[in-house]
Design a protein around this ligand. Structure first.
Ligand SMILES: CC(C)(COP(=O)(O)OP(=O)(O)OC[C@H]1O[C@@H](n2cnc3c(N)ncnc32)[C@H](O)[C@@H]1OP(=O)(O)O)[C@@H](O)C(=O)NCCC(=O)NCCS
Length: 124
């Protein structure tokens, strides 16, 4: 996460994410034995889960790894009885192109937009 200061640069939020990810089901992307990316999920009910937080080292962006992480996580959740998957992300109108990547990635999976707000609903 420290390699992605634009997304995880606020120390209090970084600490919270690290704390949470130590207990959440998390899929890892590896290059040999190097962890290059992650996607955590948060189970809310036996049938509903949240795609919680993805991150990938910048050098590996835009090579289809984020999409593969999402696909693997969704397959595993489906096999485990999950029927509803949700995610919270900055919207496609966010001024930072870098921050739009996650929204675009999620839109590409076919997840429909269920709620839009201008209020900050992130951790912290
Ligand atoms: C979000 C993230 C995991 C995406 O991983 P990735 O491996 O680069 O994404 P993929 O290569 O699988 O891209 C899948 C699709 O997402 C969209 N996308 C990904 N990066 C994008 C970008 N920078 N700009 C626009 N669309 C983008 C595209 O639709 C892309 O499909 P395409 O390449 O066929 O056009 C990665 O950009 C990342 O780690 N970002 C920083 C952390 C972050 O944003 N976390 C979420 C908020 S905490």
């Amino acid at each position: 996460m420290r390699e992605l200061p634009e997304w995880f640069g606020i120390p209090a939020m970084l600490a919270r994410y690290v704390d949470e990810l130590s207990t959440l089901p998390t899929w890892l992307a590896l290059d040999d034995e190097l962890v290059i990316g992650f996607l955590a999920t948060k189970r809310h009910t036996p049938v509903a889960s949240e795609l919680y937080v993805p991150g990938l080292l910048p050098h590996y962006h835009r090579q289809g790894i984020g999409r593969r992480l999402l696909t693997r996580a969704e397959e595993a959740l489906r096999d485990d009885g999950v029927r509803l998957v949700q995610a919270q992300t900055l919207g496609p109108s966010h001024p930072s192109a870098a921050h739009r990547a996650n929204a675009r990635l999620l839109c590409g999976t076919g997840l429909p937009a269920a709620r839009r707000t201008t209020r900050n609903v992130g951790p912290g």
